[in-house]
Design a protein around this ligand. Structure first.
Ligand SMILES: CC(=O)N[C@@H](CCC[C@H](N)C(=O)O)C(=O)O
Length: 371
């Protein structure tokens, strides 16, 4: 598939972002596309809203896995593009429209000219949450066609088109979603002493959370606690009976994640006493760190160095990716693909340069053929 077709496919997918495990239209679009390819070497199987496609290799001594995530985010798009999302409040703001298109581009080439090895494409739902990688690993299809190695990419708005970046070892953090509910006693705004104000408790809790990062985590280690959403109260002159915080925790090791969670729980116990309220904590989905296999990264660097594209050494990032669960079971790697966008990941104006998709297709295909 060449650039013009990649752009057409990407723009179609960009218009129909859907949240995790609701990717019905996306799945239909992908299946319709895949079914019009030469079918001789293909085995196609759906898994929930995702899809597996195996391309039989010419020799088939090994099986290579390639993963693309397919869900969008709950965000209103503000790019002003002609092909912007037609789903109100939903946007492909993390590049999964490009991830899918690149996978389709490689699949298109392999369907008419297979690689030596078998290749299994995993179109995976729900990366942004609640997490599709861990359950997808349990699918019978993967038990029958278990990859010997697996890889995938993520767009990088800050990198130039024509460059890619990765590193051996830890690439992305351990993550956990965080939901905290406060229950106190509402009342008249004029009589705070007769109520238990959950706006004060909740907002104070947000600032105290940062003390865990500053004072409980080893300064030579790292952690992030971000509260992205806060809800409380009903109107300006009623003291709020309830508050809710929604956020995410990021750490460099699974052990630090346990430590941070335990510190948050201790903080909540203290707040329950000092604010005379009830606090409940839920963690939602947790993602295991993305840990790249050293040999796999070296081999990919060799692929890139043999091409006209540029390899840059990456630093660790506090982003999360449920692809970490796949890398825990199957050696492989993830890499960043430069797409040059002023607006970053998870921003409503994200606008990747589409020509980067051809770089992705060329490198992924070259790497599969070279393994
Ligand atoms: C690459 C990327 O941006 N991934 C997301 C993964 C989200 C995990 C989960 N929903 C959470 O917020 O903890 C990220 O936010 O890093």
């Amino acid at each position: 598939m060449e650039l013009e077709k990649l752009i057409e496919v990407r723009r179609n997918l960009h218009q129909i972002p859907e949240l995790g495990f609701q990717e019905e239209k996306t799945q239909t679009f992908l299946l319709d596309y895949i079914k019009q390819l030469p079918q001789e070497a293909l085995t196609i199987e759906t898994w929930r809203t995702g899809i597996f496609v195996k391309v039989d290799g010419k020799r088939g001594e090994k099986t290579i896995g390639y993963r693309a995530d397919i869900d969008g985010l709950p965000l209103n798009e503000e790019t002003g593009l002609d092909f912007r999302s037609v789903h109100q409040g939903r946007m492909h703001a993390c590049g999964h429209d490009l991830h899918m298109t690149i996978a389709l581009g490689v699949l298109t080439r392999l369907a008419s000219d297979p690689a030596d090895h078998h290749v299994v494409f995993l179109f995976q739902p729900a990366e942004e949450g609640p997490g599709g990688a861990e359950p997808m690993l349990q699918a019978d299809f993967l038990k029958q066609h278990k990859p010997d190695t697996i890889f995938g990419l993520h767009i990088a708005p800050e990198l130039p088109v024509g460059s890619v970046s990765t590193k051996p070892g830890l690439l992305f953090a351990n993550t956990s979603e965080l939901f905290i509910d406060f229950k106190g006693v509402g009342g008249h705004a004029a009589f705070p002493h007769m109520a238990k104000d959950m706006v004060v408790a909740g907002s104070s809790f947000v600032t105290h959370l940062q003390q865990i990062v500053a004072r409980r985590v080893d300064p030579l280690d790292s952690a992030v606690i971000t509260i992205g959403k806060m809800e409380a109260g009903t109107v300006q002159n009623i003291i709020a009976q309830e508050a809710r915080l929604e956020g995410t925790i990021r750490t460099l090791t699974p052990e630090s994640m346990d430590q941070v969670k335990s510190d948050i729980e201790k903080l909540a116990k203290g707040f329950e006493i000092s604010n005379d309220c009830h606090i409940s904590i839920h963690y939602g989905s947790n993602y295991y760190q993305v840990f790249n296999d050293t040999e796999a990264v070296q081999s990919f660097k060799h692929t890139v160095d043999s091409s006209s594209y540029e390899f840059k050494d990456a630093s660790m990032a506090m982003t999360g990716e449920d692809f970490g669960y796949m890398l825990k079971e199957i050696p492989g790697f993830m890499f960043w693909l430069g797409v040059e966008s002023e607006a970053g990941l998870h921003q409503s104006a994200l606008n990747p340069k589409e020509e980067a998709m051809l770089v992705g297709v060329n490198l992924v295909e070259a790497h599969m053929r070279g393994l």
